[in-house]
Design a protein around this ligand. Structure first.
Ligand code: TEU
Length: 559
């Protein structure tokens, strides 16, 4: 693989808007750009780098501090780009390295930070290392970068009982040049995504170099894919359980492939790389671990800066449960001096306007995109209230593209258009994640509602014309304008310090966060009296002195 060298034309441009403190990430709001579905400049149906460049002004006006871009590297796209063939380039379908340089420079001039997505748990089968491994004999150094093993029972049974997150066994068998069956390789996700061996020094050196390649080009940080899965137990022991149980990491250090203690040393090395830059670069981990305490272990001072807290993705719409989960996350993060990174949605989970619309909510079921009864009006109402909760909390927040438009999960996509490998690997039982990845509607009209000059890679519901940016901009009652007002207010008084819980009635959550905004959230269907204070913002129109059901408000002292 080629080694990246600093390219002087890529020196980061930090304009006056970027003169923020070095710990900007502690209170930042970051907008997730799912590149395939954000904006398509060249009309091939897939979003691209030029598309993102053309919408940077929108992101600045929305009021976010930066963007995280999902993988844009060359990839056969077996898993939406999470199967990377070359970590130091851009897929021609998305653009060129030169386009990326312009994007980073322009974003910085607008005061926006740029985070990329690094995928270290696995590569694509098309990656040069994996091709080399397949072409090399068992026991060779090329195979040692991945996890190859002989099968059991004379070779025909997988080396252990691990299952892929996407369904089916986590092992695929290789075939020799003469067509004879050979060793098996591990893939915790699709078979096109072979797992790397993080006990191999080549792997560690390679990824530190990949980080430098992009940091040298001005990139401000990385989201780390499957940070909790990278290091496996040396002996690859059987799990002894099947199905769903595998997806939930148990508490403790001994799960053979999730949340193992050895991974922390990898991140100490990454932190040293990030800290060698001025300004220092940052990380946000995607780590599905069982408790806030275990998540906080990734955020010790010499490890990662931040990690998504999935509290809201898993929580019920209930003030008591929400309060308990928030308090736990705050306390566990405080112990390591890290801010909490709150989020409501991302490209893997059902859109929260639909999750919150469920009339018989079951967060576990929703995580798997299997559908259920929904009340869209309730969903949108709660989604608008939820973002006021999110943005009132101390710490950082990540928004998923389209949530500012109140978009719903598209649950009726025709099956022949589905691309998520989850659909095929589950034998059609799980519809998969395409429903939250439908291209954004920018305009009321056009073949893809302003996403691009032609149709997008997935069709948008007709109702999205009225949800488009064009339809909502300037309409005071729209969800887009609610987000803009909330983000502008938050920039003026970023909640950072302590949070004080306030007395509130049954089903109501209330707190005051330094430097002084009070949040009141009513999770019941009935109106409740508002506490005293001056209303700064509310998720619905407020009748005199009352907070309606499924609504939230921000208050300041005074009347
Ligand atoms: O996701 C990791 C993960 O375990 C889940 O979010 C999983 O994708 C989901 O529960 C399956 O329904 C990360 C990426 O965010 C995801 O898009 C990738 O598919 C996955 O890693 C593999 O790289």
């Amino acid at each position: 693989m080629g080694r990246g060298r600093a390219d002087p034309s890529w020196v980061a441009v930090y304009g006056p808007a970027m003169a923020a403190p070095r710990d900007w990430w502690r209170t930042a709001v970051v907008y997730q750009v799912y590149i395939r579905s954000f904006a398509d400049a060249d009309g091939d149906g897939l979003g691209d780098v030029q598309g993102i460049r053309s919408r940077l002004g929108y992101l600045r006006d929305l009021g976010v501090d930066g963007l995280w871009i999902n993988p844009w590297y060359p990839s056969p796209q077996a898993d939406g780009g999470y199967d990377v063939a070359d970590y130091r380039d851009i897929d021609p379908a998305f653009g060129t390295l030169d386009d990326a340089r312009r994007l980073v420079d322009e974003a910085h001039r607008l005061g926006l930070r740029v985070l990329l997505d690094v995928v270290p748990n696995h590569t694509s089968v098309e990656h040069a290392w994996f091709r080399q491994a397949l072409a090399s004999p068992p026991g060779s150094p090329a195979r040692a970068r991945y996890i190859f093993r002989p099968g059991r029972d004379g070779g025909d049974t997988p080396p252990n009982d691990w299952r892929s997150v996407f369904g089916g066994p986590a092992w695929a068998r290789t075939t020799g040049p003469d067509g004879s069956p050979g060793e098996w390789y591990l893939h915790l996700f699709a078979r096109e995504q072979p797992d790397l061996n993080w006990r191999n020094p080549d792997v560690r050196a390679e990824f530190e170099d990949v980080l430098r390649f992009w940091f040298d080009r001005g990139v401000d940080g990385f989201r780390i894919d499957v940070a909790h899965g990278m290091v496996k137990h040396e002996d690859l022991p059987d799990l002894g359980v099947t199905g769903e149980a595998l997806l939930a990491a148990p508490e403790g250090d001994d799960h053979p492939h999730w949340d193992r203690p050895e991974v922390h040393d990898v991140f100490r090395g990454w932190r040293r790389v990030a800290d060698s830059y001025d300004p220092p670069r940052v990380f946000v981990a995607e780590a599905w671990v069982t408790t806030a305490e275990r998540l906080a272990a990734y955020l010790r001072p010499d490890e990662l800066h931040s990690a998504f807290d999935f509290t809201f993705i898993r929580a019920r719409w209930d003030a008591t449960a929400l309060r308990a989960a928030i308090a736990r996350s705050l306390a566990d993060h405080a112990r390591v001096g890290a801010p909490v990174t709150w989020t409501l949605s991302n490209h893997d989970v059902i859109r929260h306007a639909t999750r919150l619309a469920r009339t018989s909510p079951d967060p576990a079921r929703d995580l798997h995109h299997v559908g259920g009864d929904a009340d869209p009006a309730q969903g949108l109402r709660r989604a608008r209230a939820a973002v006021l909760l999110l943005l009132a909390l101390p710490g950082s927040a990540y928004l998923y593209q389209g949530e500012e438009l109140g978009l719903f999960e598209v649950e009726d996509l025709p099956e022949d258009l589905l691309q998520d490998p989850v659909f095929a690997r589950s034998g059609g039982a799980v519809k998969g994640r395409d429903g939250c990845r439908v291209p954004l509607p920018w305009a009321r009209t056009g073949p893809s509602l302003g996403f691009g000059p032609g149709p997008g890679w997935l069709p948008q519901p007709a109702s999205w014309a009225d949800a488009s940016v064009e339809a909502q901009a300037g309409d005071e009652d729209s969800t887009l304008e609610l987000y803009r007002r909330a983000l502008a207010m938050r920039r003026a008084r970023r909640p950072s310090g302590a949070l004080e819980w306030l007395q509130a009635g049954e089903g109501v959550l209330a707190f005051r966060a330094e430097p002084g905004v009070t949040l009141v959230l009513n999770t019941t269907p009935r109106p409740v009296p508002l506490p005293p204070g001056r209303v700064l913002l509310a998720s619905v129109p407020l009748p005199d002195g009352m907070l309606p059901g499924d609504a939230a408000a921000w208050l300041a002292p005074g009347s």
